[in-house]
Write a new protein. Structure first.
Length: 156
């Protein structure tokens, strides 16, 4: 990502832990990853809803041979971006529950970790999710839950 202001903003906790709709005329992709250690695979899921909460689409998948939670979250993010492009949505919100993903997306420069290639591919697929195309990226506390991620983006 390019240098500039941080995309992470703190918000007050969501007192109900409920789904929050996107802005009017925007769609929201909720994504999550899961690890199934005994099966030696990761699962991913994406649910798409409009600003009224109407269900529009879903995507489920799994990757065999992996048991890494962060990898599961990153694959879910990547598939969300892929689905947005496939369905030709340009003004979207993405929401997940991994603070690590927020930090990785916000980090400037190249990521040389084992996740770097997947992160770069996700950014490329999303039109280089940089500060020019991302509306905002928030780290958001959810009542009695893990902190989450909200990305607003225009996907080319």
């Amino acid at each position: 990502l390019t240098t500039g202001r941080s995309l992470i903003n703190q918000e007050l906790p969501n007192s109900g832990g409920r789904w929050c709709p996107p802005a009017v005329n925007r769609v929201k992709f909720n994504f999550d990853g899961a690890v199934f250690s005994e099966l030696r695979n990761i699962g991913l899921g994406v649910v798409l809803r409009d600003h009224m909460g109407k269900f529009l689409a879903a995507l489920l998948g799994r990757c065999n041979g992996f048991v890494d939670p962060l990898l599961a979250e990153l694959f879910s993010l990547k598939k969300s971006i892929w689905l947005a492009k496939r369905l030709r949505y340009r003004d979207i919100s993405l929401e997940g529950d991994s603070v690590q993903v927020v930090k990785m997306v916000n980090r400037d420069g190249e990521d040389f970790s084992q996740y770097g290639l997947l992160l770069r591919k996700s950014k490329t697929d999303g039109g280089n999710l940089d500060r020019g195309t991302l509306g905002e990226l928030e780290e958001k506390s959810v009542y009695r839950m893990q902190q989450g991620l909200v990305i607003s983006a225009s996907v080319a």
